[in-house]
Ligand binder design. Structure first.
Ligand code: ADP
Ligand code: MG
Length: 310
């Protein structure tokens, strides 16, 4: 077995305000994988990334990046890491090119014009390389943050909520870039609160909530475990209770009995919707509309936490 490129052990963080943002997080990341850290706002995702990148000091725990102790030798660990932060933060008066060059130099790497030009081309920034960052649109500014993070050819790239609020073109370019980087052997760790994004992108997913890493698994296994869908049947007439004859389905009444809700696993063979529809017709329970939706992250967390408590 090869050493993980990133190893997090027993990392906890309590901010000075008293907020416990992380509780004893353990995580190993293998070289070359795309890992998604999935969790709602406030789960602790940015805190964990900030600790790994040496921006925030953990209260307890150890971290190694490529074998280097990230807490006691942060500079050596940080050289191998590219970070695209959640918030736009860069010098607005600098040009695109000088920002990228400077960032590379900051990590102690010699200039490499060819590499930086390629990164700028990959991100459709090359034509604007001499523009000052303040002159660029919000989407272009985000591209600059990515270029800056890649300027020193990092082995590990962190993308903190990369697609929250970005346009479709940037989203597409970003995913193409991620796949290209992965093909070159770069390890990619992204955070997101969109389950679809984790599903689309990642090899493995870790679910974090309330500062605890609840589960880490291969994407397919996790989606199988977590995925639930909801079918809302708008009834012609409200019901007082779910009829006993519909006991084969997991049903509940919502909206004062006007909506019959069926919750089912996405992967299970037992989501017998046609059977339910037929039964409703037989029982002369009229309905006027149907709506399906995928369970929210919150529903999933309730399930996960419930499972853990059993
Ligand atoms: P996420 O990135 O998953 O949304 P964060 O790591 O930003 O979560 O936040 C986790 C928790 O820590 C939240 O309750 C947040 O309010 C708190 N927090 C984050 N940064 C700070 C800080 N600098 N000082 C105090 N509390 C913070
Ligand atoms: Mg965050």
């Amino acid at each position: 077995m090869t050493e993980p490129i990133l190893s997090v052990r027993g990392v906890s963080k309590t901010y000075a305000s008293g907020v416990r943002a992380l509780h004893a997080v353990d995580l190993d990341i293998d070289k070359g994988e795309i890992f998604a850290l999935l969790g709602p706002n406030g789960a602790g995702k940015t805190t964990l990334i900030s600790i790994i990148c040496g921006i925030v000091t953990p209260s307890t725990g150890t971290i190694t990046v490529g074998g280097h102790d990230a807490i006691h030798a942060p500079a050596r660990a940080r050289r191998q890491i590219g970070l695209v932060p959640q918030e736009l933060a860069t010098d607005m008066f600098e040009t695109v090119l000088s920002t990228c060059r400077f960032s590379r130099g900051l990590f102690g790497y010699p200039p490499h014009a060819g590499h930086i030009d390629q990164v700028l081309k990959d991100l459709s920034l090359y034509d604007r390389r001499n523009a000052r960052i303040m002159e660029l649109s919000g989407g272009m500014k985000r591209r600059v943050l990515i270029a800056k993070a890649l300027a020193h050819e990092p082995d590990i790239l962190f993308l903190d909520e990369p697609t929250a609020g970005v346009d479709v073109a940037l989203r597409r370019d970003m995913w193409q870039l991620v796949h290209r980087l992965r093909a070159q052997g770069t390890t990619i760790i992204l955070t997101t609160h969109y389950i679809e994004e984790a599903e689309e992108m990642a090899d493995r997913v870790g679910v974090i909530a309330g500062g605890k890493l609840l589960v880490v698994d291969e994407k397919a296994a996790l989606m199988k475990k977590l995925g639930k869908r909801k079918l809302d049947i708008a009834l012609s007439e409200a019901l007082v209770a779910v009829p006993a004859a519909l006991g084969d389905w997991r049903l509940s009444l919502e909206d004062d009995g006007r909506i019959l809700r069926y919750v089912f696993d996405t992967q299970s063979d037992r989501n017998d919707i046609p059977g339910l529809m037929q039964k409703l017709v037989e029982m002369k329970i009229g309905f006027k509309d149907l709506e399906t939706s995928t369970s929210s992250l919150e529903d999933i967390f309730v399930d996960l936490v419930g499972e853990g408590a059993k």
